[in-house]
Design a binder for this molecule. Structure first.
Ligand code: FUB
Ligand code: ZN
Length: 640
């Protein structure tokens, strides 16, 4: 059923916007995060490197030093960092980084038990607790991340140490759960998608069989996690194991209808389901993926591609419950949404998947990191009110500024590995076609022989030029947001009609294909079924959602509303170099010190300045709003 696959990690050499981001990751984020893993950066302690050293000591029967520190899934921070390092090494050689990565890998390999078990939390101590708490213990989650890192590191450097450790660990898991048939279902999906990757990299079908096992076993015994809980006298967080919907264990995956439960876990699971459906041609599984895709994108997703709107369990809420100020919208969840979209695209190259992948990437995923690459959002609210955000009991999770690290640090290295491997999401290939899902500047050389340079100022400019080095068939996405488009081949207008959001065009060596997309800013409105958004609008230009920050708007954005009939202009000046800001016709309500009053406020017309949402919170503490109320039609300048 697979129609196309992701581009390999060496297929894309980025320049332009993506190139600048990848340079930031390679120059700053990866070195910074390495310092964090070694506890040399200040801020939240990580102890990840030390955990591996201590686990190796414990395996040798020595004193385990200062023991284990951190979340039960602390190992996964090292794995994600290694994966980002692998992608970076595939883009450019870096002897220092490679030496650091090799050294960390040797520590990881030394922390692996003889039977292949690999997890510092249950090696340093509590070895008798191994595999007894799949609900909370994250052993399969950490194994999955280590497998992903190993596959990437092997593909980029050809080095096998981590791959061999990951294979040994995966075989340990295969033997236990598949061959020996020990009961178990991953509390946090991740192992499934990782085993699919490992199966492709090694050609060992046992890993796909294990992935299939974990997907198929889920929900077959809705009581599994409760029974697992009852059988042990310890927990990590006190989870009862009784909430089947939250744990995605209430029913077999092919019967799932609505995206529910912990958002990251959910989309990691759906990614594996889609991957498996495409490898095994499982129509029922694919139908479930399509239903769940609809559930997320039509009823449970923020305009920024954020998902999982409630802090309670970092989870999906019910349909249309998409509050801006208390949004959870974890960075990892949008990364997982990109994964899911990318797998769905492999089965069905339909622009609807790429549109969402792009929305999630350019808005929530990029917002997860500061401009300088040193601070990170885990939670991505769509509204920030200093004094309330991060402070009120209902808003504690919605921090108004990015911290430098987290006790639970899943998001920062996840963003690093995703940005560093953007080529895999931007480009895809089938035997005879090059798929251009995202507009990413740089040179592209695909496994099928098609090669070209892509030149664009995207996401700030909307002309995209493909200079063909080795011809073939190109499938170029026409984004759902672009109301118009113009395509020329060697300056000759092409009358190509998009098929499910892609134009398919034959190109030869030396050809120049040019795509011009709609560059006009637009208002976006929400269904009145979303209580938080009725009578409001937000602003978009290209794939970027814009927001209003106090810094550009007299310190106050709460008193602004949109002048609905007004034309949005590109501002002559912008607070961010090379990033167009937008001048938006607005009305400002007068300030008032009294809590309640009866004299009708008289709003004054004004121009509000909007910046891309992904750049918010880079200039100190300030209020931010993305959706503003609309005036019902144009209002005269005197405010009446
Ligand atoms: O549980 C591992 C990771 O930590 C999850 O994916 C995140 O949501 C955070 O809870
Ligand atoms: Zn996260």
């Amino acid at each position: 059923m697979k129609i196309q696959k992701q581009a390999g990690i060496r297929a894309y050499k980025a320049d332009g916007f993506v190139g600048r981001y990848q340079k930031l990751i390679a120059d700053t984020v990866i070195p910074y995060q390495y310092e964090v893993l070694c506890d040399r950066a200040g801020g939240e302690k990580s102890h990840v490197r030390e955990n591996f050293i201590n686990a190796a000591r414990a395996l040798r029967g020595e004193d385990a030093g200062d023991g284990f520190y951190g979340m039960v899934f602390q190992d996964s921070d090292a794995a994600k960092w290694l994966e980002a390092a692998a992608y970076s090494l595939a883009c450019r050689p870096d002897t220092k980084l490679e030496a650091e990565a090799d050294e960390l890998i040797s520590l990881i390999a030394a922390a692996q038990d003889k039977d292949g078990y690999l997890n510092t939390r249950f090696t340093i101590s509590d070895r008798d607790k191994r595999w007894t708490n799949l609900l909370e213990g994250h052993e399969l989650y950490c194994a999955g991340h280590m497998i992903e890192a190993a596959a990437a590191y092997y593909e980029s450097t050809g080095k096998r140490t981590l791959l061999e450790a990951a294979e040994k660990n995966a075989l340990h898991i295969y033997r236990r759960f598949v061959e020996e048939g020990k009961p178990g279902c991953p509390g946090h999906p991740e192992i499934e998608l990782a085993l699919m990757k490992l199966s492709r990299v090694t050609g060992d079908g046992r890993f796909m069989k294990a992935a299939e096992h974990f997907v198929n076993i889920r929900g077959t015994d809705p009581d599994y996690f409760r029974k697992e809980r009852a059988a042990r006298d310890w927990t990590v967080w006190g989870s009862s194991g009784e909430d089947g919907e939250y744990q995605q264990s209430a029913r077999p995956v092919r019967e799932l209808k609505d995206a529910a439960g912990h958002a990251v876990r959910t989309v990691y699971l759906y990614t594996a389901m889609a991957d498996l459906a495409s490898e095994t041609d499982d129509k029922e599984l694919l139908a479930a993926c399509q239903r769940l895709w609809e559930s997320i994108t039509q009823r449970r997703m923020y305009v920024t591609g954020g998902i999982g709107s409630t802090v309670h369990g970092e989870a999906f809420s019910v349909d249309y419950d998409l509050p801006s100020d208390t949004a959870y919208a974890e960075t990892c969840a949008s990364i997982g949404l990109m994964f899911f979209a990318s797998r769905m695209l492999e089965i069905d190259p339909d622009g609807c998947y790429a549109d969402v992948m792009e929305r999630a990437f350019y808005n929530t995923v990029l917002a997860g990191m500061s401009e300088d690459g040193k601070r990170f959002f885990y939670v991505n609210p769509l509204e920030i009110i200093p004094g309330i955000s991060g402070a009120a009991p209902t808003h504690r999770h919605a921090l108004p500024e990015r911290p430098s690290w987290f006790a639970c640090a899943c998001c920062p290295p996840n963003a690093a590995r995703t940005i560093m491997s953007l080529g895999k999401y931007a480009y895809g290939e089938s035997e005879d076609t090059a798929y251009c899902h995202l507009f990413a500047s740089g040179s592209v050389e695909l496994g099928n022989g098609i090669a070209f340079e892509c030149e664009t100022a995207y996401p700030f400019g909307f002309d995209v030029t493909y200079r063909i080095k080795k011809g073939g068939r190109l499938a170029v996405r026409i984004p759902g947001w672009s109301r118009t488009f113009r395509l020329t081949l060697n300056d000759e207008e092409q009358a190509a009609e998009p098929v499910k959001g892609y134009v398919y065009i034959e190109v030869r060596d030396g050809d120049t294909l040019k795509l011009e997309l709609d560059d006009s800013p637009a208002y976006i409105y929400a269904s009145p079924r979303v209580p938080a958004l009725s009578q409001k609008a937000c602003i978009r230009r290209g794939p970027l959602i814009y927001c209003f920050e106090g810094t550009d708007n007299g310190g106050d954005v709460l008193s602004l509303c949109l002048d609905a009939g007004g034309t949005i202009e590109i501002s002559g000046s912008s607070p961010f170099d090379g990033v167009p800001a937008l001048e938006v016709p607005a009305l400002r309500y007068p300030a008032a010190d009294t809590l309640y009053f009866e004299a009708a406020p008289k709003p004054e017309p004004c121009k509000a300045l909007a910046i891309p949402y992904f750049l918010h919170a880079n200039r100190g503490l300030t209020p931010m709003r993305l959706w503003l109320f609309l005036t019902p039609g144009r209002v005269a300048p005197d405010g009446r």
